[in-house]
Design a binder for this molecule. Structure first.
Ligand SMILES: [Zn+2]
Length: 478
């Protein structure tokens, strides 16, 4: 990537991931998203006096799993602290989090890099700690601001990275990697549109070789597009400010999605301002070696391992292997296809191009069974249909899950491989397009493309494209 006016950006990320527990972190209220406001809360998560929190064991287990999957050291002994601040969506006026003794520390993730010459880069993970989420404010034009406490006490992990990231692409790759690990390990559903994964970006700029500059923070970015846009804007804003002789102030800035700009929200507070102290109601979290070993054994094959296996076993390119392993669901789907696909590499290509095109941002489901998708790819491998017909058939079986061979038979879509039939098609097209033929013979090579298109159309797209091309070339160059 190219530096703007010779400055390099330095980014550290704090990613909040909601854990997929059935109940909240300190009480037995459910965590389902989208319930009627204030129907999933109790005196504990609303912070009534006299109530006592009890840690949900699953929260610690999920956090440890996330830590193990990101190469962290797991603390045998950690504790929970109160982070004191007043905010309208936090009825207790403090958040239970972890201060100096987090559950997981000193991890790392490897990502694709556009700044490291090797194309890969390790991003350090400073720590992963557990904490509770706050409620939600709903701003209503007529009624004013309302509060929904359903989210109070939903468990989170906060994953804090080292300031190792040097481009918006690296930031996006890092969050994507973290997301896929959370999905593979099953600790979160990571639904960004429901706020299950939110990202705070800390960014400063400096000239390479000089000390880091003052950083600003942008909070609660909940899509990959916004993360990239906010970074690109803030990077240039800071560089231009420094070049104009202004000082960068440590502050929290809001990214306005509509305008693609960031604005000052509040001057930054430091850790001291929160008056952290150990929560007197919660005992420390102590983990035995056996418990950690048990959790380690329960971690499934992770995306990096799967990716290497796909390259090795199926001959996939590293890009294709990366695309297929980003989501566990998709990767599992591909594995089912690979059982009966004659050439898994072809099935993989069709998945990445044709199936990705059929999915919408709202609906990421694949509406064809893996058996029928594998059968469809086999029809291409066996040259029963060509790849453009396969797209047509895919549309027919999407949602109906009909057998692809039935669709091919019923709609007479089989590929035409018969050379004598295709030779007649070519002859007819050339006879009807004397001008294009002359253009071609006078050096306009593009004319051949249009003739090829017409010949393909004449067979309703069913011609074997390799044979048709060969016959066309022969006819044009005799
Ligand atoms: Zn509750």
């Amino acid at each position: 990537m190219e530096l703007y006016k010779g400055y390099e950006m330095v980014i550290g990320l704090e990613v909040h991931i909601e854990l997929k527990t059935k109940t909240k972190i300190f009480c037995s209220c459910p965590t389902d998203f989208g319930a009627e406001p204030n129907t999933q809360c109790c005196p504990v998560c609303m912070g009534y006096p006299g109530t006592l929190p009890v840690l949900n064991r699953q929260v610690a287990e999920f956090a440890v799993k996330a830590g193990l999957a990101t190469n962290c050291t797991i603390a045998r002994y950690s504790k929970q602290d109160r982070k004191n601040y007043f905010y309208p969506d936090l009825p207790k006026a403090y958040q239970i989090s972890q201060f100096d003794l987090p559950l997981c520390e000193h991890g790392w993730l490897e990502i694709e890099s556009d700044t490291d010459p090797s194309g890969l880069k390790k991003i350090g993970i400073t720590r992963i700690h557990i904490e509770e989420d706050a409620g939600k404010l709903i701003h209503d034009d007529e009624k004013g601001t309302l509060i929904d406490c359903n989210r109070c006490g939903v468990p989170l992990i906060e994953v804090v990275s080292e300031p190792d990231i040097r481009s918006s692409q690296e930031a996006v790759n890092y969050v994507q990697k973290l997301r896929s690990i959370a999905l593979y390990t099953g600790v979160s559903d990571c639904k960004m549109n429901e706020g299950s994964l939110r990202c705070d970006v800390n960014l400063s700029v400096h000239k390479p070789g000089e000390p880091f500059g003052t950083r600003t923070e942008m909070k609660n970015l909940n899509s990959f597009t916004f993360i990239a846009k906010a970074i690109e804007y803030e990077y240039r804003r800071q560089v231009d400010a420094i070049e104009a002789g202004e000082a960068i102030v440590q502050e929290t800035r809001r990214f306005a999605q509509e305008e693609n700009k960031t604005y000052t929200m509040r001057r930054k507070e430091d850790a001291d301002d929160y008056r952290y102290f150990p929560d007197p109601d919660l005992p420390p979290i102590e983990l035995s070696e056996d418990e950690i070993a048990r959790l380690r054994a329960a971690i499934p094959e992770l995306p990096d391992e799967r990716r290497a296996r796909y390259e090795q076993n199926y001959g996939l390119s590293s890009y294709d292997a990366l695309k297929l392993t980003e989501s566990k669901e998709l990767s599992d789907y591909f594995e089912s296809c690979a059982k009966t696909a004659k050439t898994p590499k072809i099935a993989a290509n069709m998945l990445i191009t044709d199936v990705f095109r059929m999915m919408t941002p709202e609906d990421q489901r694949i509406c064809v069974s893996p058996e029928h998708f594998a059968a469809l790819s086999n029809l291409v491998v066996d040259q029963v249909i060509n790849s453009s017909t396969a797209k047509k058939v895919l549309k027919e079986i999407w949602g109906t899950d009909k057998a692809p061979e039935d669709v091919v038979r019923e709609q007479n879509l089989a590929q035409i491989n018969d050379e004598s039939v295709l030779r007649d098609v070519v002859a007819a097209v050339l006879a009807a397009n004397e001008k294009s033929v002359n253009d071609y013979k006078n050096g306009k090579l593009a004319a051949a493309k249009s003739l090829m298109g017409q010949a393909m159309a004449k067979t309703s797209g069913k011609a074997n494209p390799v044979i048709l091309q060969k016959l066309m070339d022969e006819a044009l160059n005799q």
